[in-house]
Design a protein around this ligand. Structure first.
Ligand SMILES: [Mn+2]
Length: 199
């Protein structure tokens, strides 16, 4: 599944494919662009198949319903939505176009990197573990970005070396997405990525 969206502030492409042989994807994502902000969430349900799907899909629905909320609020709501479910790892990214800042929060193994045209990289640190409705500490960090910055957010189903050089290359996000899509076909796990460029 491929989804793309853009406005004058951002271009984004999301792609996901289930583990080889599975119909349901244990990863879920949500992304939305408004005039003021971009929000996306990527969740990796523990395990694979139907239980993984139920967990990550609960997160997707929660973010879809409440995308106007700030990341600090959303991550706790997502955690609450996993009560009586198996659990999931989660990253939420919210970009505020006017302020040229983004807030990021992550629990677990979802990776994020942002590369600025000046050569600066931003790798926010995740909190270890996963969400399952139990009390949890979060880390929410806000950073500024430069016009032209590119980012990739991806689950552990994507294992390719050189993500840093890929995101900082002069390639467009279409080219980056095509490259990732080809290299992601081997499928030992559910896989999701979101790649974007900010203007
Ligand atoms: Mn996974």
């Amino acid at each position: 599944m491929l989804e793309r969206d853009f406005n004058q502030h951002i271009q984004a492409i999301a792609y996901q494919i289930p583990k080889e042989g599975n119909v349901l994807n244990g990863d879920s994502f949500f992304m939305k662009i408004t005039d003021d902000y971009f929000i996306c969430a990527v969740a990796d349900g523990l395990g694979s198949g139907v239980h993984a799907y139920h967990s990550s899909n609960a997160i997707r629905q929660e973010v879809e319903k409440n995308h106007d909320q700030e990341v600090e609020v959303l991550i706790e709501r997502c955690n609450q939505s996993l009560k009586d479910k198996r659990g999931a790892t989660l990253s939420i990214l919210k970009v505020h176009f006017l302020q040229k800042t983004f807030t990021y929060s992550s629990v677990g193994n979802i990776q994020f990197i942002l590369s600025c045209p000046s050569g600066r990289f931003i790798y926010p640190l995740p909190v270890l573990g996963y969400l399952s409705g139990k009390p949890q500490k979060y880390r929410c960090e806000t950073f500024s970005y430069e016009k032209g910055a590119k980012f990739i957010l991806y689950t552990d189903g994507l294992t390719i070396p050189g993500i840093k050089s890929l995101v900082s290359s002069s390639s467009s996000i279409e080219e980056i997405s095509n490259y990732l899509e080809i290299h992601a076909k081997t499928g030992k796990d559910d896989m999701t990525y979101i790649v974007g460029q900010l203007f």
